[in-house]
Design a protein around this ligand. Structure first.
Ligand SMILES: [Zn+2]
Length: 349
């Protein structure tokens, strides 16, 4: 399989890491004068004005140096572009992508020596303090059957993240759609009308994220998008603008019985649509980069536990642009060898 990946040493892709800090300090107090704009930023039901006042959203009172001023101005412009519909999009965005949190109602639940509750309890504050602008969790949010108690713990664990940024979630084979929808009423982006499915289109600076739903039934390993969702996807891709698009689905697009059963039909839709740059999935609890006919196929690591000692658990910090993306692995358990390593992918033209 041909690869067009460029390995970059840790840190080189993070030169604008400080910009989101400026963004929070400077842009939000400005936005606070227009109440509706501020409300638009509050993608989480837990977020409130009071929370903002207590957190690091305080007005930036120190006069910045000229160099800082220029950086701040650029960041403020970038934020405006990112959140105001109809304006040109920000040229870069930094998001957290991770998968398979497998949070159980029982905090002590353990598998292969991992305690998923504790795993996410480590990952969530790291994501929240990293300065990323949003997060995607690519399914298998719950431990096995998607119990209401699983999602209650998930809400609690994600609170530091959802207080600061939009969190888009896909459903996996260990989720329960109705229990999930009862637990999470609000979602970032535009909810799409696909019957009995949780499908989102989420703007992320220079790219668009499409979150699909491959859950067939709780605790049943294979996944299926189904004809209605595939038809919606085809129509969406043919009617939307040329914004580079990243598609998320929980299941791996292989042909084994426990994978995405309509993977081939999905790939027949995605491959010819050149604006689709990557297909991102979880499910296997492995971290892999692959390319199929120019389409990047990226398997996110699991948060909850790995299936093999050779795999990390953790999250990826992803710098997105219209040209490609840099995935920095934050390994927090399992194989830690790749911790801090950045893998860069260039989008097809
Ligand atoms: Zn899983």
């Amino acid at each position: 399989m041909p690869f067009d990946l460029i390995m970059v040493e840790s840190g080189t892709a993070l030169q604008i890491a400080e910009i989101p800090l400026f963004r929070r300090k400077l842009a939000l107090p400005g936005a606070a004068h227009s109440g509706s704009l501020l409300q638009e930023l509050l993608c989480s039901p837990q977020m409130s004005r009071a929370t903002i006042a207590q957190e690091d959203w305080m007005p930036y009172l120190t006069l910045p140096s000229r160099r800082e001023f220029l950086a701040v101005s650029a960041a403020a412009v970038s934020l405006t572009q990112a959140i105001v519909p109809g304006r040109a999009q920000a040229s870069r965005a930094r998001w957290a992508f991770f998968s398979d949190t497998h949070v159980a109602a029982d905090r002590a639940n353990t598998y292969r020596g991992f305690r998923p509750y504790d795993q996410l309890a480590k990952v969530a504050p790291a994501v929240a303090s990293s300065g990323v602008e949003g997060a995607v969790i690519d399914g298998d949010l719950a431990r096995l059957t998607g119990e209401p108690g699983d999602y209650e713990n998930l809400i609690q664990l994600l609170a530091p993240v959802s207080a600061k940024m939009p969190v888009a979630m896909a459903l996996g084979n260990h989720d329960h759609r109705k229990n999930f929808q009862s637990a999470f009423a609000k979602h970032p982006g535009d909810a799409q009308t696909v019957r009995d499915r949780h499908v989102l289109a989420v703007p992320a600076g220079p790219v668009r994220l499409l979150v699909l739903d491959s859950l067939m039934m709780p605790d049943f390993t294979p996944g299926l998008l189904g004809k209605e969702q595939r038809t919606w996807l085809e129509r969406h891709l043919s009617s939307s603008d040329d914004t580079p698009t990243i598609v998320f689905v929980h299941h791996t697009p292989g042909d084994n019985d426990g994978e995405l059963l309509d993977a081939e039909r999905l790939l027949r839709i995605l491959k010819p649509s050149k604006k689709v740059k990557a297909l991102i999935y979880g499910h296997s609890h492995r971290y892999r980069f692959d390319v199929m006919d120019g389409l990047h196929c990226i398997n996110l690591p699991a948060v909850g536990y790995n299936f093999a000692d050779s795999e990390p658990t953790g999250w990826t910090e992803v710098e997105l642009s219209a040209e490609g993306a840099d995935f920095k692995l934050h390994a927090m358990g399992g194989n830690l060898e790749g911790n801090g390593k950045t893998t860069s992918v260039a989008w097809r033209g």
